[in-house]
Design a protein around this ligand. Structure first.
Ligand code: KG4
Ligand code: ZN
Length: 340
């Protein structure tokens, strides 16, 4: 059978990325240009700055992906780009570029949901993985437990009611004076700390709920730091990081395992930036082994934002007859499974 070559473009937040992939699962090129060093100065992503930076680099990122993959535009079968969720100005850069490209090379175009892209990162990493499975998506903007019924069919069974897991990491890191983005910094610091030093609260919500809430935990950490500062007590940052991380990871793992049992899923996948967390991987692995559940997670470079995952999700949309017109707009709060 003829190979299907997809070019993917991602610009929903602070990474400009272009990837070329074969048959939905094989990376020929995956170029990521990160703006982290620019946004670090501000302690978070500045939307206006992000859009401008995407404009500056996108042509070169695409050019580099074409060179690395050794593919000609005529060999491309589909152009895929993220159209939501994300920062509207940032999204519009990649989306408009992709639509222009599709028009100029006369190839079909499909808009991709960024979160569905994060899920698809697992298809690239694990060639044998097929739906159905349960996916825990944990990123800077999202925390979802999703039944992936098929490549393009999703049911959300749990979500955060306030902060996303990554957002909690970033806010706690800022309070500890660690810098941005906080996730990897807390992950590293926690390795040197005692994770039972402070007993931070975990929000289980209602008995049968698979929803999450991290704002109480975040406030508890901030209150703890305030109290320590006011009483002049020394703060052991390593212990705070480890104790906070234990609370986040325990709740994520417990709810994911319970959901897998409730919905008879024998496979759990992780997705999103927080899926890079070493403690989350370790604990989920342990609990999955104990419960005879298969466990998959993408390698670090496919956990955080990249265009390979977008191209993969685009491939499965295309194979399932989902296509977009060239008047597709950006949708900052696009939902999983929503088609516009
Ligand atoms: O998926 P992503 O790259 O962007 C969004 O779509 O949001 O996720 C970024 C988030 C940030 O909040 C960052 O702190 C977090 O992922 N993150 C981590 C780790 N690496 C990145 N959180 C915990 N542990 C990590 N090792
Ligand atoms: Zn993301």
């Amino acid at each position: 059978m003829k190979d299907t070559i997809v070019i993917g473009i991602e610009s929903s937040c602070d990474e400009t990325s272009c990837a070329i992939i074969k048959n939905g699962r094989e990376i020929l090129a995956n170029i990521v240009s990160s703006q982290i060093d620019i946004h670090k100065k501000f302690g978070g992503v500045v939307p206006e700055v992000a859009s401008r930076k995407h404009v500056e680099v996108i042509s070169n990122v695409v050019k580099e992906a074409m060179e690395v993959s050794n593919i000609n535009f005529k060999d491309i079968d589909l152009v895929a780009a993220t159209y939501g969720p994300g920062l509207v100005g940032a999204l519009l850069v990649g989306l408009s570029y992709a639509k222009g490209l599709a028009l100029s090379i006369n190839k079909p175009f499909v808009g991709v949901n960024h979160i569905e892209g994060h899920i698809a990162a697992n298809y690239i990493a694990h060639k044998e993985l097929e739906p159905p499975y349960l996916c825990l998506i944990v990123s800077g903007g999202h925390t979802h437990l999703v039944l992936v019924k098929d490549y393009t069919s999703f049911e959300i069974i749990g979500r955060t009611r306030d902060d996303a897991a990554g957002e909690a990491y970033d806010k706690v890191a800022r309070a500890l004076g660690l810098g941005y983005p906080g996730g990897p910094l807390i992950d590293a610091l926690a390795k040197q700390g005692n994770d039972h030093a402070v007993d931070f609260p975990k929000a289980y919500l209602e008995d049968d709920s698979f929803d999450f809430s991290f704002s109480g935990l975040k406030s508890a950490v901030l209150n703890y730091l305030n109290k320590m500062n006011m009483t002049g007590t020394e703060i052991v940052k390593e212990d705070v990081a480890a104790s906070f991380q234990r609370a986040v990871v325990e709740i994520l793992v417990e709810k994911a395992i319970d959901a897998a049992k409730r919905y008879n899923m024998n496979t759990i996948c992780l997705a999103g930036g927080v899926a890079a967390n070493s403690k989350l991987r370790e604990m989920m692995e342990k609990e999955c082994v104990k419960n005879k559940i298969k466990f998959y997670f993408p390698p670090l470079n496919l956990c955080t934002d990249n265009a390979a995952m977008i191209a993969s999700a685009g491939y499965y949309n295309y194979k399932n007859g989902i296509m977009s017109n060239l008047d597709l707009n950006a949708y900052p709060s696009l939902k999983i499974g929503q088609r516009l």
